[in-house]
Design a protein around this ligand. Structure first.
Ligand code: APR
Ligand code: PHB
Length: 389
C-alpha cells in the first residue's frame, strides 16, 4: 500500500487531521491498535475553544455539535462558601462550547466513514520506519499478516502511551514533566447539572468540579489521593463528598442519581521537544499532557493539527515546506502557554499536602486578587477561552 500521510491513532488528533487532509485531497490512512468501540468507550473532557469549534466545522464534523453543544459565556470559581463568576464573554468577547470529547470523536469517525477515509482498527504492532529519510513507511499486523504502508509523512497521533514518541532516538528528545500528588475521581450520571455553567471549587477538603455533557447529563469530579480505589467510592459517598466541597446553595439543590461511569485519572504536565523528527510529526497527547484543570488537552491537540495540516497542505499544494519546517516551534509556543495556564490553575485550585500555612495563605490571596481585579480575571479568561493560534 502507499499513501501520502499515515496517521497513527484514531483519537481526536488523528481523526481531525485525517478529515482535514481528506477534504484537501491529501490521501491518508489512519491506524489504531484498538477497536472503534473501545475508543468511543473512553470518557474525556468536554470544553472546546472557538479554534477547536472552527476546525471541526472546517472538517465537516460540527453539525451535531452546533445542534447539541452548549455555548458557555462564563464559569464560576467557588471558595469561601460562595461562587465567583468569571465572565468569559464580557471580559474577552469570546466563549467556549461544552460538548463531550466522546461526541467529537464519534462525529469525526462518522464524517470519515461518510467521506470514504480508510481507518484500520485493531492494527497490531504498528511501527514507523525510516522517518529520517524522505521514504518512510509503517508496518502493522492484521489478520495474521504483516502489512506495509509506504508514505511521505507519518503523523504520530497515538497519545501519551503511543509508539511514535518511543520510536524517536531518545538522545533526540527532551522531555519535561511534573506529576501532581493527587488524582481526579470522576463520575458521569444522567441527572441535571447543578448549575447552568461549570463550577471549579477550592475547598479545605480538596478541589471539586461540576461540569456537564448536556442539560440532562452531569460530569462531576473531586480531587482524591493518587492511591485511591474506585471501588471504595459508592455513589452516595461521592455525592456526599462533592456536596461538602460546594457552596451551600449548590449542595442543597444538587440532584443525585446513579453513576454509569466512575474512574480515577492521575494528573501530570508533560512536554516532549521537539515535535518533529524528519518525516515523523508528534501531535496531541503524543507530545504533551496537561492536567484537566484548564480543559486544554483536546484543544491543544486541535491547534497542533491546525499547524500540521497547514504545513502539509502547503507542501502538496504550493510545493513549500515552510509550514512543516515551522511546525514544532509554532506548536510548542502555544503548547507551553497552555501548559503554564493548566499548571497555574491546578496550583490555584487544589489542596497540596505539603503547602503549609504560608502556601495556603498565598493560594487564598491569589484567589482573592483574581476575583477582585478585572485585569487578573481577564488574564484568566483569555487563557481559558484559548490563546490565539
Ligand atoms: N498503535 C496504534 N494506535 C495507537 C498506539 C499504537 N502503538 N498507541 C496508541 N494508539 C491509539 C490509541 O488507541 C488512541 O485511540 O492512539 C489514539 C490516541 O488517542 P488519544 O490518547 O485520545 O490522543 P489524542 O488523539 O492526541 O487526543 C488528545 O485525548 O487523552 C485525551 O486529554 C486528552 O483531550 C485530549 C485528547
Ligand atoms: C469535563 O466536562 O469533563 C471537564 C470540563 C472542564 C475541565 C475538565 C473536565 O476543566
Amino acid at each position: 500500500m502507499r499513501t501520502h500521510v499515515v496517521i497513527i491513532g484514531s483519537g481526536p488528533s488523528g481523526l481531525l487531521l485525517g478529515q482535514l487532509l481528506t477534504r484537501a485531497g491529501i490521501d491518508n490512512i489512519v491506524l489504531d491498535r484498538v477497536s472503534k468501540d473501545y475508543i468511543l468507550g473512553r470518557v474525556r473532557a468536554g470544553v472546546l475553544e472557538e479554534g477547536t469549534v472552527g476546525l471541526l466545522r472546517e472538517a465537516g464534523a460540527a453539525e451535531r455539535m452546533d445542534r447539541e453543544g452548549l455555548p458557555h459565556g462564563g464559569f464560576s470559581l467557588a471558595f469561601d462558601g460562595r461562587d465567583h463568576r468569571i465572565d468569559l464573554l464580557g471580559l474577552t468577547g469570546h466563549q467556549v462550547m461544552v460538548y463531550g470529547q466522546t461526541e467529537v470523536t464519534a462525529d469525526l469517525m462518522e464524517g470519515r466513514e461518510a467521506g470514504g477515509g480508510q481507518t484500520i482498527y485493531e492494527a497490531g504492532n504498528v511501527t514507523p520506519y525510516d522517518f529520517d529519510t524522505a521514504s518512510p513507511y509503517v508496518t502493522y499486523d492484521k489478520d495474521g499478516t504483516t502489512h506495509r504502508i509506504d508514505c511521505d509523512f507519518i503523523a504520530g497521533c497515538d497519545g501519551y502511551h503511543g509508539v511514535s514518541r518511543r520510536s524517536v532516538p531518545q538522545q533526540a528528545l527532551t522531555t519535561f514533566e511534573r506529576v501532581y500528588p493527587f488524582g481526579w475521581l470522576g463520575i458521569l450520571a444522567d441527572v441535571p447539572p447543578v448549575s447552568h455553567e461549570l463550577i471549579y471549587a477550592n475547598h479545605p477538603r480538596g478541589f471539586a468540579l461540576c461540569s456537564m455533557r448536556s442539560q440532562t447529563r452531569s460530569r462531576y469530579y473531586i480531587q482524591c489521593p493518587v492511591d485511591e480505589k474506585v471501588e471504595d467510592w459508592s455513589d452516595d459517598r461521592f455525592y456526599d463528598e462533592l456536596r461538602r466541597r460546594l457552596p451551600a446553595e449548590h449542595a442543597e439543590s444538587m440532584v443525585t442519581g446513579p453513576s454509569f461511569e466512575k474512574s480515577i485519572a492521575p494528573l501530570r504536565s508533560f512536554v516532549a521537544e521537539p515535535m518533529r523528527f524528519g518525516s515523523l510529526f508528534l501531535v496531541g497527547d503524543a507530545a504533551h499532557i496537561v492536567p484537566p484543570t484548564g480543559a486544554k488537552g483536546l484543544n491543544l491537540a486541535a491547534s497542533d493539527v491546525h499547524y500540521l495540516f497547514e504545513g502539509l497542505r502547503e507542501h502538496y499544494a504550493e510545493k513549500s515546506d515552510a509550514g512543516l519546517d515551522a511546525y514544532s516551534d509554532r506548536a510548542l509556543k502555544r503548547v507551553w502557554r497552555a501548559v503554564r495556564f493548566s499548571w497555574s490553575m491546578t496550583m490555584m485550585m487544589h489542596r497540596f499536602p505539603d503547602a503549609g500555612a504560608f502556601g495556603q495563605k498565598i493560594q487564598e490571596a491569589e484567589l482573592d486578587y483574581l476575583v477582585t481585579s478585572r485585569a487578573a480575571s481577564t488574564a484568566l479568561a483569555e487563557n481559558y477561552i484559548g490563546l490565539p493560534y
